[in-house]
Design a protein around this ligand. Structure first.
Ligand code: URP
Ligand code: ZN
Ligand code: ZN
Length: 462
């Protein structure tokens, strides 16, 4: 091992979840090896004077190169998703392996892992979607996969083709507890959504504007409550994905108050959009269809407070890219398709941290340290990646982003560097964008251009 530095970053203000301080960073072999006033000369000198250096973001909820519940493939592979992540200061992604019914979880995990290893530029791990918990999956495949380092299991309570019954949820949670994995839920009451959907369709209310009406807050509240109760019975911690408003927050607080270990995330789309944004005729609204659905301004206030007070401790994108003008995307079932057949999900990999800093920090709702906590450190901790990821410390991976916190950016799709054909944030002005992103000391984004060779990213055993 050489003793000189590969990279030095000088003059910046470093930010972690705990503090801000002025220091230079020395990097060798992809790891932070010195922090201080004057680190040694390096082969590559980077100037961060007047700027802030944040840990690379950890986006703990993405759908990359994945077959979804509709059978469609998400638009980004690991190369385009890595580029998009790096463009927004994110250096680690957690994506999903999707088991569909009849498939071996072991086989699909191997297939997803091979594609990711070939294409990825930044570091990554997988949540395993379990949709068919057969005795073989529960007794053989899951214990083996968890032992290999796949330590989070994604369980859907809705979506016909992948949802689990309560008995199945209990069975998978029990395996998670026994073998040391974290169950994660997409929590919505499936049959209530179906009933509301059928009622809307019978009334001729079929266009995308009715999406939110078919998935109101109570369907999320009940499912969050039920998931917490099931985890409580099993005695396993639980993560609740994409919390959308006050009612789900109440259930999380109530579960915690009775001693259940429950973690929760929200995503930028719940803070950027409300149900009012869907209240227009026409297929264009499909661009804003995601589940759970967006709520109202008071829900957004509650979510910001929950991010600040720790009720929510992870901020993820739920990057679920389906192109708009594409028969492999939102138009898979035609532009006259009833709302319940249109693929759910929006892109958000690149915009996640800029949105958090602009609306959260500059908006006066979060400190910069808290933004780093929910965008970088807490997701690394929750998913077994800390302190390798999520912080700036001696011995941590040199996953870093140099930020121009005051730079105003008008969002356009071109800035996102994904394979989508739209961004829901088009035209929004955000304050704060990274000028450079490094993954293990290697520049993967600089001055508007993603860099890095596909295949350089590493799978993170957890
Ligand atoms: O609408 C969403 N969130 N689609 C992506 C799949 C999921 O539910 O996480
Ligand atoms: Zn979900
Ligand atoms: Zn998702």
């Amino acid at each position: 091992m050489s003793t000189s530095l590969d990279v030095a970053i000088r003059g910046g203000t470093l930010v972690t979840a705990d503090r801000q301080w002025r220091a230079d960073i020395g990097i060798r072999d992809g790891v932070i090896v010195s922090l201080g006033d004057h680190v040694a000369p390096a082969a590559r000198e980077l100037d961060a004077t007047g700027r802030h250096v944040l840990p690379g973001g950890v986006d703990a909820h993405t759908h990359i190169d994945q077959v979804s519940s509709t059978g469609l493939h998400t638009a980004d592979d690991f190369t385009s998703a890595s580029r998009s992540a790096a463009a927004g200061g994110t250096t680690t992604v957690l994506a999903h392996v999707a088991q569909h019914r009849g498939q071996s979880l072991r086989t699909v995990t191997a297939e997803y892992a091979a594609r990711a290893a070939r294409d990825v530029i930044i570091d990554y791990a997988f949540h395993l979607i379990v949709s068919d918990p057969t005795p073989t999956v529960l007794e053989e495949e899951l214990p083996a996969l968890i032992a290999q380092g796949h330590r989070s299991l994604k369980l859907f309570m809705t979506y016909e083709k992948i949802r689990l019954t309560d008995a199945q949820l209990l069975a998978v949670m029990d395996v998670a507890r026994t073998h040391g994995a974290l169950p994660i839920v997409h929590a919505e009451h499936h049959e209530a959504i179906q009933w509301l959907t059928q009622r809307l369709l019978a009334d001729g209310r079929t266009s995308p504007r009715w999406h939110a009406a078919a998935r109101p807050e109570p369907v999320e509240r009940e499912a969050v409550h039920r998931a917490c109760m099931l985890a409580e019975l099993v005695g396993v911690p639980l993560m609740v994905f994409h919390v959308s408003g006050m009612q789900a927050l109440d259930e999380i607080r109530r579960a915690r108050a009775r001693g259940v270990t429950v973690y929760a995330e929200t995503c930028p789309q719940y803070l950027a959009f409300t149900a009012e944004d869907l209240a227009h005729d026409g297929f264009e609204i499909a661009k804003l269809m995601f589940s759970p659905a967006p709520r109202d301004a008071s829900a957004q206030t509650a979510l910001w407070s929950a991010l600040a007070d720790g009720t929510l401790d992870v901020f993820s994108s739920d990057h679920a890219p389906y192109r708009f003008a594409d028969v492999a995307g939102k138009q898979a079932f035609g532009t006259d398709a009833p709302f319940h057949r249109i693929p759910n999900g929006v892109p958000g990999l690149a915009v996640r941290l800029p949105f958090l800093i602009s609306e959260g920090v500059h908006g006066g709702r979060l400190t910069l340290e808290r933004a780093v906590a929910v965008g970088c450190e807490a997701p690394a901790r929750r998913y077994g990646l800390f302190p390798q990821k999520g912080t700036i410390a001696l011995g941590s991976d040199a996953d870093l982003a140099i930020w121009d916190l005051d730079r105003e950016v008008v969002c356009t799709h071109a800035l996102m560097h994904d394979r989508m054909d739209y961004t829901p944030y088009e035209g929004r002005v955000l304050r704060g964008w990274p000028s450079m992103t490094l993954s293990r000391g290697e520049v993967v984004y600089a001055d508007g251009t993603p860099q890095g060779v596909p295949g350089r990213g590493r799978w993170l055993r957890r």
